[in-house]
Design a protein around this ligand. Structure first.
Ligand code: ZN
Length: 167
């Protein structure tokens, strides 16, 4: 088995609606609208988890934690991320860097960006400088753009299989 780094890409999009808790990157954000979903709808953690699973050659989030499965109703997306990190460890893979772009008009990301990076770094046991996240607005995109939040995530993994073992 080669030990080259692995890259993974994740994407997710949720509608935003009033009356929904705005949970992003594992943090509750004060915002009049929040992502709508079966779990806690943490779109940042969903894109990140899918990127990790993709890099490891594993099934995607929707397959592992189907939104039709009552077990995941209102589930904490931090549990999905922790499960993915566990699967990576089972495959002797460890995440070494994460970069993300979050596209939304609400909430405004800038005031929360530092706390989000810190929390993602904590969840992944990485230094904060290995986890980045940028907020972008839709800049007058489709009329209903402000009613959704979209996240792109890219990750790099390294193979941490102990060297010198027998094949
Ligand atoms: Zn999602």
């Amino acid at each position: 088995m080669d030990r080259l780094p692995r890259i993974g890409l994740g994407w997710d999009r949720h509608a935003l609606a009033a009356g929904h808790t705005c949970k992003l990157a594992g943090l509750e954000i004060d915002c009049p609208v929040g992502p709508v979903g079966h779990s806690d709808a943490d779109v940042i953690l969903h894109a990140l988890t899918d990127a990790l699973l993709g890099a490891a050659g594993l099934d995607d989030l929707g397959t592992l934690f189907a939104d039709t499965d009552p077990r995941w109703k209102d589930a904490a997306s931090t549990d999905f991320l922790a499960a993915a990190v566990g699967l990576l460890a089972d495959s002797s893979l460890r995440v070494i860097s994460v970069d993300m772009v979050v596209v939304c008009d609400l909430p405004r990301l800038a005031p929360h960006r530092g706390a989000m990076r810190a929390n993602l770094a904590r969840l992944l046991s990485l230094p904060v400088n290995r986890v980045n996240l940028k907020g972008k607005t839709t800049e007058g995109g489709p009329a209903n753009a402000s009613a959704a939040i979209e996240v792109h995530a890219i990750v790099m993994l390294k193979d941490v299989t102990p060297s010198g073992g027998c094949a």
